[in-house]
Design a protein around this ligand. Structure first.
Ligand code: ATP
Ligand code: MG
Length: 206
């Protein structure tokens, strides 16, 4: 019987970039996780406008970006489920699908977010139920302070990591304006964005 240590890293990943990869690798090392699952959202509910690239493109980019990393996997649970993405559903579905090498294997789960997301945690759907299923992990992000709210006392871990100051929204803007995105994300992803003509249009509502 083995007790696995597993991370769930949800995000829009529109597109995935080096900040995500470094954040996940830092958390994986610090907490000695066997695997980190990258889980692209279905429809975005907290961002207007929602994701700009179709879910299948965002998932394809995640798969391309993580291919060279040990211990990184993707999951389409949030894309397969209809409706908006809530972390409680992400964890419920991922944990229901997961099985170890043997039937008796168990897992300790961690839900990974950037420092910008931790402060808002009490407003998430069913935060107490989330904490029954996973410990929250906030990874530091340039420009944001990790401020776990009262609900998270004793239930969260802050990982200080040398994450770069990169954001998907900045990458999308650069592509739209024809500026370089070199160094912000793996070359395969820059190539994918170009081949599939992503992020060229001005989003509706902006
Ligand atoms: P956007 O600008 O569109 O919001 P983003 O770069 O914040 O995109 P998301 O898909 O929103 O990317 O983020 C997924 C998760 O990764 C979130 O928990 C976010 O806090 C975290 N994250 C994103 N970029 C970084 C970074 N540079 N360093 C640390 N964490 C990050
Ligand atoms: Mg974000």
């Amino acid at each position: 019987m083995k007790t696995w240590r597993l991370g769930a890293f949800g995000g829009t990943f529109d597109p995935i970039h080096s900040g995500h990869l470094i954040a996940a690798a830092s958390v994986r090392n610090a907490l000695e996780l066997d695997f980190v699952f990258f889980i692209p959202t279905g429809n975005s509910w907290h961002k207007l406008p929602g994701p700009l690239a179709p879910a299948m493109d965002r998932l394809a980019m995640v798969d391309l970006a993580i291919a060279d990393y040990e211990g990184f996997m993707s999951s389409s649970v949030d894309i397969d489920r209809h409706g908006p993405t809530y972390t409680i559903d992400t964890l419920t579905d991922l944990q229901a699908q997961w099985h170890g090498e043997n039937r008796e294997d168990e897992a300790t789960w961690f839900f990974i977010t950037g420092a910008d997301a931790l402060a808002d945690f009490p407003n998430w759907k069913e935060p107490e139920e989330i904490l029954q299923r996973a410990q929250m992990v906030g990874v530091t992000r340039p420009g944001f302070t990790a401020t776990p709210g009262p609900l998270l006392t004793g239930h969260s871990i802050v990982i200080e990591a040398a994450t770069p100051d990169i954001a998907s929204s900045d990458i999308r803007l650069r592509v739209r304006e024809g500026r370089s995105i070199e160094g912000l994300l793996p070359t395969v992803i820059a190539d994918y964005i170009q081949t599939h003509a992503l992020y060229r249009e001005t989003p509706v509502g902006l």
